[in-house]
Design a protein around this ligand. Sequence first.
Ligand SMILES: [Zn+2]
Length: 238
Amino acid sequence: MSDGHHQTAVYLEDTYLTAITGHVAATGGTADSAAWVAVRENIFHPQGGGQPADRGWLGECEVAPARDAETGLVVLHPRDDQGRTLGDLAEGDVVAARVDADLRLLHAALHTAGHLIEAAGRAQGWVLAGSIHFPGQARIEFTPGETAASLAGPEDREKAADRLRTRVASAIADDLPVTAEQDDEGRRVVRLGDLHAAPCGGTHVRSLADLADVTITAVKMKKGRVRVSYTASHRPLK
Ligand SMILES: [Zn+2]
C-alpha cells in the first residue's frame, strides 16, 4: 500500500452511528495471512484503552477491527465462519460497513460506567490504577493510599462500596452530559459534566441517564489495590 491514506475515526464522533456506506482507504496483507481492508469513514472501534473491539461486517463478511502498528490505521481482518474474504476490495471501492449495535451500546455503557466509578473512587481519595471494560469482567482498580487501613475488614469494604453506589446513583439521577473535546495537547478528553475528565479514546453514552443497571458487584483488595467490579447496560433506545 502507499502512504498518506486518510481515515476518519467516526466511532469517536458518534457512538450511535452503527452503519455507514464508506470507501476503502487501503488494503493490505501478506502471502501467509488474509488481506485486510481499512475504511475511510471508520465506524469500527479497535481493542484498546480497556475496551474490546467492535464486532462488525463489511458487506456480508464478518470482520475484526485492530489498530495496525505499521500504518496507524484501524484495519479490518476477515473472521467469517462462512469463509468469506475481503480479497476483491480495492482502494476507493464503496463498501457497506456496520457494527453490532447492541454490543456497541453495551461497550459504551460499560466504558462510561467505568469513568463514573473512577470518579466515585477518586472522591474517596483513591488513585486510578487500571480499567477493564470487558463484558463479564468489568472492573476499575485503584491504589488506596492513606485510606488503605480503612478497607481492612469486609464490612469496611462494604461501606466503601455503598459510598461508591451513592455517588454513582446521584450522578446518574443528575443525568450529567458526557462530552469529548481535544485539549491543548491534542488529546481527546472525555468529561462527565463537571464531575470527571480523563483522556480517552473509547466510545461513550450521550449522558448518564443512558445508563441502566449500573451495579457495583464487589469491592475487594487484590495485591494492595482496591478492585471495584461492576456491571452496566444501556437503556433501551427509543
Ligand atoms: Zn472513556
